[in-house]
Design a protein around this ligand. Structure first.
Ligand code: COA
Length: 434
C-alpha cells in the first residue's frame, strides 16, 4: 500500500485479494505504473490498463495545443485559433508553435529569412523523386523524400544539441512545400519548379505548383491568404494519430526527418487525412439540393454517413470549420463558385436543425469545406493530404522538440495482453513433413 494523502488520490480495492491501495491523482490522471503495485502475488505481473488507440490514456505532458472538444475551443500555445487565423500568418504561427511564444520583429524577420533560404533541396533529392513511377501517389513521394533528407543531413542525428535541432526544424519547414509541390508536378509530368525566394512561404508554394513559362508566378493575394489560413488551421491538433507517430518514432532518438516521415505515413491513412476527399465524393453523389432530404433520411436510417460531420474530440462546432467556411467564400470570389458549395451549405443547414444530428452533437468538422476549397485550387484529391502535411509540419516538430527535451519521456513501448500459445514443443521440419 502506498502512503498518499487522502485528497487527490484514488482508493481502490482489489477484490481478488481484498487489498486496498491509494493511488495519487495528478492533473486528473493516475500514473499507469502505480497500478503495477496491484498484483495477486509476487509471481504475477502487476495490474495494467488495456487501451487500444489510447482512447483514455495521456502519453505526455504538452504545452503546445489546448483543445476543449465540448466547447469547441482550439488554442496554440494559449492563443485562440480564430485570432491566429485572422491576424497572423503561417510562418508566425510556426514560430509560435516551435518557440512557445510570439516573435519580436527581429526574431520574426530572422525566422522568415532562415526558412526562405532553406527552401532548396540537394539536386540528388530531385533525381531521387524523378525516379518514382509516373503515377506515384504524392503522399508516398513526400513520405519517402522527407525520410531521405535524413541521409543528406547526417548531423540531424545529434538531437541533444539545441542549435542542431533548430537547424533541422528550419530545414524541414522550409523544404516540405518544395517536396510537396514536386510530388504534384511529377504526377502531371511537368518540370519541377525551383523555389522563388522573393516570394512569401505560401506564394512560393503556389509558384512551385503552378508556374509554367512565365518568368514570375504571382498568385492572387486572396488565394495566397486562403491557403495560408488553411495551413494555420492544420498546424497542430495535439496528440492525433500522426503526431503520436512522430513522437513514438522520435522516442527512439532517431533523427527528426525519419520521425516526421512516420507522421506523413500516418496522415496518409484514410481515417486520418482522407475525410475531405470523402466529403467531395458525397456532395457529387447527392448532386443537387432536391436530393438532400432523401440523403439525410439515408443517414438517419444508418445506410449513409454524413461525411465532414462529427468528430472524436469536438462535440460542438469544430472551430476550424467556421474559419474554413469563410475562406471558401473568399476563394470562390476568385475562382467562381462551385455548385457543390450550395449543396454543402444546404446540407449543413438541414443537418444542424435535425434532431438526429443535434442529439448526437454532430457538427461540421474541418473537412466539411476544405475539400471544396482545394478543388477550387484545382488540386486533385491525392494532393489534399499533402497540403495537410505541409501545414502540420510545425506542429509535428514542436511536439518532437518537446518530446526530446522531456525528462519523463522514454522509448515508446506499450504492453500487450498475450493471447497466443505457450511452451509448445518444436519438431524439426524434416520430422514434421516426413
Ligand atoms: C469522426 C468520427 C469517426 C468520430 O467518430 P466517434 O467519435 O467514434 O463517434 P461515434 O461513431 O461514436 O458516433 C456517435 C453517434 O453519432 C453517429 N455519427 C457519428 N458521425 C456521424 C456522421 N458523420 N453521420 C451520421 N452519423 C454519425 C454514430 O452513428 C453514432 O450514432 P449512434 O449513437 O446512434 O450509434 C465520425 O463522426 C465520422 O465518421 N464522421 C464522418 C467522417 C469525417 O468527417 N471524419 C473527419 C474527422 S476530422
Amino acid at each position: 500500500m502506498t502512503d498518499v494523502a487522502a485528497k487527490d488520490s484514488l482508493t481502490v480495492t482489489d477484490n481478488r485479494t481484498g487489498q486496498t491501495y491509494d493511488i495519487a491523482i495528478t492533473d486528473n490522471t493516475i500514473a499507469a505504473k502505480d497500478l503495477g503495485q496491484i498484483r495477486l502475488d509476487d509471481e504475477q505481473p502487476g495490474l495494467a490498463t488495456y487501451d487500444p488507440g489510447f482512447v483514455n490514456t495521456a502519453s505526455c505532458r504538452s504545452s503546445v495545443t489546448y483543445i476543449d472538444g465540448d466547447k469547441g475551443i482550439l488554442e496554440y500555445r494559449g492563443y485562440p485559433i480564430e485570432q491566429l487565423a485572422e491576424k497572423s500568418n503561417f510562418l508566425e504561427v510556426a514560430y509560435l508553435l516551435i518557440h512557445g511564444e510570439l516573435p519580436t520583429k527581429e526574431q520574426y524577420d530572422a525566422w522568415v529569412h532562415e526558412i526562405t533560404y532553406h527552401t532548396f533541396v540537394h539536386e540528388n533529392v530531385k533525381t531521387f523523386m524523378q525516379g518514382f513511377r509516373y503515377d506515384a501517389h504524392p503522399m508516398g513521394m513526400l513520405m519517402a523524400s522527407v525520410g531521405a533528407l535524413s541521409t543528406f543531413y547526417p548531423d540531424a542525428r545529434n538531437i541533444s544539441d539545441a542549435d542542431n535541432r533548430h537547424m533541422q526544424i528550419v530545414r524541414m519547414i522550409a523544404k516540405m512545400p518544395t517536396l510537396g509541390a514536386w510530388s504534384f508536378r511529377h504526377a502531371q509530368g511537368k518540370p519541377y519548379v525551383y523555389p522563388d525566394n522573393d516570394l512569401g512561404y505560401t506564394a512560393n508554394f503556389l509558384s512551385m505548383l503552378f508556374k509554367m513559362s512565365e518568368s514570375k508566378f504571382e498568385a492572387d493575394e486572396r488565394l495566397v491568404k486562403a491557403l495560408d489560413v488553411l495551413f494555420i488551421l492544420h498546424a497542430d491538433h495535439e496528440q492525433n494519430c500522426s503526431t503520436n507517430a512522430v513522437r513514438s518514432v522520435g522516442s527512439s532518438q532517431v533523427d527528426p526527418y525519419s520521425a516526421v516521415s512516420a507522421g506523413v505515413g500516418a496522415l496518409y491513412g484514410p481515417l486520418h487525412g482522407g475525410a475531405n476527399e470523402a466529403v467531395l465524393r458525397m456532395l457529387k453523389r447527392i448532386g443537387s439540393k432536391e436530393n438532400i432530404p432523401a440523403f439525410i433520411d439515408g443517414v438517419k436510417d444508418g445506410n449513409e454517413r454524413l461525411m465532414g460531420f462529427g468528430h472524436r474530440v469536438y462535440k460542438n462546432y469544430d472551430p476550424r470549420a467556421k474559419i474554413i467556411k469563410k475562406s471558401a467564400e473568399d476563394v470562390f470570389e476568385v475562382t467562381g463558385t462551385n455548385p457543390l458549395l450550395d449543396i454543402a451549405l444546404e446540407l449543413e443547414k438541414i443537418a444542424l436543425e435535425d434532431e438526429y444530428f443535434v442529439k448526437r452533437k454532430l457538427y461540421p468538422n474541418v473537412d466539411f469545406y476544405s475539400g471544396l476549397i482545394y478543388e477550387a485550387f484545382q488540386f486533385p484529391p491525392e494532393m489534399f493530404t499533402v497540403l495537410f502535411a505541409i501545414g502540420r509540419t510545425p506542429g509535428w516538430l514542436a511536439q518532437w522538440s518537446e518530446l526530446v527535451q522531456d525528462k519523463d519521456q522514454k522509448i515508446a513501448r506499450p504492453k500487450q495482453i498475450y493471447t497466443g500459445d505457450r511452451e509448445l514443443t518444436f519438431t524439426a521440419a524434416s520430422e514434421r513433413w516426413s
